[in-house]
Design a protein around this ligand. Structure first.
Ligand code: FAD
Length: 805
């Protein structure tokens, strides 16, 4: 066995083999995959082999389309059959909520270039005579869906990788992974040690064990999963043509033809995590004891909806484990805090997703960034809070919800209060309805009190609507307070800090006592952050950004900081500073009551920052607000937050102070036309497309300048715009298609109801030639086209005087 490689991939399931294939195909031949047994010795061999495109995230759906379209290529390259049946498939709705869900998926498919269409129930029965259509109200059809042979696919990836020049070794368990001082990894096996520049954990069922070889605790969990295979069914034999695949959401079942019978799988309502404390090393081509009582109820639904199944003999019941991550999506990419260590784990639908995972991993490793935004799969969306225990209970929750409808305003109940702030219980007492970001609880909105603090999950405006309106009224007319603990805070100190930030950030790095807003770009000019930079001293900076993206940004900074030791010290201090924001015309009066500094417009200008004392505790005070109103953010160490809260409560009691949460904040920024990270701003877009180029300092060199400059010269093809939409009881959530004259021209990146101006609004990217004031478009919400109008200026305080006043 060779002693050196560019990349060693650990694990020869479908995911590892796809990564090997993509690396080799794109030109990295010096890559080796090590498999402890035969290929497919984890969950890959016993998969049901059903393939489909729908996923919770549009980019994952797009990559699922890529995966399915790749199968012909790897079959041809390898000469290995993938056993593909392109039958097409139905997504079946048995009630109107699911019908609405499918309409939303159809809307996404318009701009993802997927060819989905609604077909009549008569057509369902014609294409699949075994289905009893009376149980359904609608069916969405995707011609890409079907099934493959899982072993065939895995071997086709591996053999194609070999054709492209890569290598794999079976019966070669990896026993140790240890890092050398130069950052490379020694991968130890009984057959020898390979020194690799990078390693990839694609250990699937053993992802946890492979992670532990490098001291990494991964929050993934194998789950038991059942499907059954029937004997031949006379109706199928008589039909003659292969039947389409299908998913019945309410029934929580998926089905397809297998030989002359059927395969029926189900996600149990009460899931069973398997081998919680670790996957046995001697598990391989093994199955688990079927637990029929776990699936009886779902089988009964299946038998009712496909009556021939009840009459068919059961040939085999499969119970096999496969690995989930905490939110059900894969966890891929370089692990923050580790060097040259990559993961592609928690891929729970490997035969739909492994092609896309392999593509993105290869692009990321070779080019430094994937070609599309992979946030929904990025391992950096989890941090230390995602412990193995958290991984187990969230994986169980996600498994159970696999085909359960989650409404846009719904919060998931499991593993809550993993991280809390000092004022958590006080906010609950005030009627806060909470959700977690990066494991940290924060208020979404406030009801009248704890008894009243519940949401009704819906696609339409919910009971929160009026409460949010009241909170916004307080902010626009008097003063509101909002907890700002879950923003990320990144601290840079040292003599080289300014120089470093000037290189990393595209915008202006402020003078001491000032703050600026700046985009951060990748070398290809894609957005990688929109950050607020505060200069506390010439050698001391604090960057505020998306709390959810804090580990993604830490990874980015660590990468760019290489070879700057002694010059710059960097720390992600997000959990060392919590805070409270004040906004509204009376926010200054309130602040002045609890702060000895002069906070008048002369004493503290818009975009000033200082270290001071507020409410009698040490604080970083920033004059800025995302609400578009006069406002301040006060950051304190967590042990001071409760004190600050009490001081604000006391000082604001006669000023009409009201607490507000993320929903109100997100509504107010809409009427200002401001985008938000992970929604409107993300690596799918550039500075010029998003409008963040207005903050670029073109006089200096910075990461991504060349690409941004080229785009500045040629002009962007599309641009982010704000639209108002004519609706009466429903607003966009995200990902709705934007149309003009019936043609899809873009999609909604965020939106909702702008309470102060009283309009439904959306942000989205449209072709630049359509960007003009008053441009008439349509937005598709739950299958209905609503008229929309483009606005080039903010609909609230376009001059910005209120915030600056
Ligand atoms: C019953 C069932 C039905 C399913 N149905 C579908 C379906 O219809 N459609 C779909 O898309 N997905 C389906 N899946 C899910 C799919 O099987 C998984 O998503 C996929 O197999 C994950 O592949 P993987 O490569 O990540 O992991 P695995 O297949 O588990 O591969 C990991 C590999 O790593 C190797 N390994 C581990 N430790 C080491 C080590 N130390 N050294 C070297 N090698 C090591 C293992 O031997 C193994 O071969 C199903 C799964 C199950 C269980």
């Amino acid at each position: 066995m060779q002693s050196h490689a560019k990349v060693v991939i650990i694990g020869g399931g479908v995911v590892g083999c796809s990564i090997l294939f993509h690396l080799a195909k794109f030109g990295w031949k010096d890559c080796i995959l090590l498999e402890r047994n035969e290929l497919t010795s984890g969950s890959s061999w016993h998969a049901a082999g059903q393939i489909h495109t729908i996923s919770s995230d549009p980019n994952i759906s797009r990559l699922q389309g890529y995966t399915i379209n790749l199968y012909r290529e790897i079959e041809e390259t390898s000469g290995q059959s993938v056993g593909m049946h392109n039958t097409g498939g139905f997504y079946l709705a048995s009630n109107n909520d699911w019908y609405d869900y499918l309409k939303r998926e159809r809307s996404k498919a318009r701009y993802m270039g997927l060819d989905q269409e609604f077909i009549s129930l008569e057509e369902v029965a014609r294409r699949h005579p075994l289905i009893d259509p009376k149980h359904y109200v609608a069916a969405l059809w995707d011609p890409l869906d079907g099934d493959i042979d899982p072993s065939g696919v895995t071997y086709a990836y591996a053999k194609s990788a070999k054709v492209h020049g890569a290598t794999y070794h079976t019966h070669t368990p990896v026993l140790e992974t240890s890092q050398r001082p130069d950052g490379s990894w020694d991968v130890v096996t009984e057959k020898g040690t390979i020194n690799a520049e990078m390693i990839v954990n694609a250990g699937g069922l053993w992802a946890r064990e492979v992670g532990l070889l490098a001291g990494l605790h991964l929050p993934v969990q194998p789950m038991e999963h059942h499907y059954l295979l029937t004997e031949d069914i006379p109706e199928i034999v008589a039909h003659g043509e292969r039947l389409p695949a299908g998913i019945d959401y309410e029934g929580n079942i998926y089905f397809r033809q297998e030989q002359q019978g059927m395969l029926l799988g189900t996600y149990e309502a009460i899931a069973t995590p398997w081998s919680v404390s670790g996957t046995p090393q001697d598990f391989g081509h093994d199955l688990l004891e079927p637990q029929l009582d776990h699936i009886e109820d779902k089988l009964a639904i299946g038998f009712e909806r496909i009556p021939a199944l009840e009459r068919a003999g059961i040939r085999q019941i499969i119970n096999g484990p496969f690995t989930f991550g905490p939110d059900g999506n894969p966890m891929i990419g370089p692990v923050p805090g580790m060097k040259n260590y990559w993961c592609a784990v928690g891929v729970m639908a490997g035969f739909c997703q492994a092609g896309g995972v392999g593509l993105c991993m290869a692009e990321w490793m070779m080019d430094g960034e994937p070609s599309i935004d992979v946030w929904a799969m990025d391992i950096a969306r989890f941090g230390d809070f995602a412990t193995p225990h958290y991984g187990t209970i969230k994986s169980k929750e996600n498994y159970e919800r696999r085909f359960t409808l989650t409404f846009p305003n719904e919060t998931l109940p499991v593993a809550r209060r993993q991280r809390t702030t000092g004022i958590h219980d006080r906010l609950i007492e005030k009627g806060a309805v909470m959700d977690a970001t990066f494991g940290l609880e924060g208020a979404l909105w406030f009801a009248d009190g704890p008894e009243d603090a519940y949401e009704d999950p819906t696609f339409r405006r919910s009971r929160a609507h009026d409460y949010v309106a009241a909170a916004i009224r307080a902010v626009r007319e008097s003063v509101g307070a909002v907890e700002v603990a879950n923003f990320a805070k990144h601290r840079f100190t040292g003599p080289g800090a300014r120089h470093f930030l000037d290189h990393v950030l595209a915008g202006y790095v402020p003078k001491p006592g000032r703050i600026t807003l700046t985009p951060m770009l990748t070398p290809r000019g894609k957005l990688y952050g929109d950050l607020t930079v505060a200069c506390l001293a010439e050698d001391h900076f604090m960057l505020f950004g998306s709390g959810a993206a804090q580990e993604m940004h830490r990874r980015w900074f660590d990468r760019l900081l290489e070879n700057r030791q002694g010059q710059v010290e960097y720390q992600n201090v997000s959990s060392r500073y919590h805070g409270i924001g004040l906004s509204g015309p009376k926010s200054r009066e309130l602040l002045q009551r609890i702060c000895r500094d002069d906070v008048s417009s002369d004493g503290m200008r818009f975009r000033d920052v200082r270290e001071s004392f507020v409410g009698g505790v040490p604080a970083i005070l920033v004059r800025i607000s995302f609400s578009g109103e006069l406002g301040y953010e006060i950051y304190v160490e967590p042990e001071y937050q409760l004190k600050l809260f009490e001081e604000i409560e006391h000082a604001g009691s006669d000023l009409g102070l009201k607490w507000y949460g993320a929903r109100a904040l997100m509504s107010m920024r809409l009427e200002k036309g401001w985008g938000a990270w992970t929604l409107d701003f993300r690596p799918d877009f550039t500075a010029a497309q998003s409008g963040l180029d207005a903050f670029i300092n073109w006089k200096k060199d910075f990461v991504g300048k060349e690409a941004a400059m080229a785009e500045k010269e040629s002009g962007p093809q599309k641009k982010l715009v704000t639209m108002s939409i004519e609706t009466s009881d429903i607003d966009v959530s995200n990902d709705e298609a934007i149309l003009r004259n019936g043609e899809c021209v873009g999609y909604v990146t965020s939106g909702g109801y702008a309470h102060h101006i009283g309009r439904s609004m959306a942000l989205g990217y449209i072709p630049v030639e359509l960007v003009e004031e008053g441009q008439k478009l349509e937005v598709e919400i739950n299958g209905t086209m609503y008229p929309a109008i483009v606005h080039l200026d903010p609909l609230y305080d376009p001059s910005g005087d209120k915030a600056r006043g």
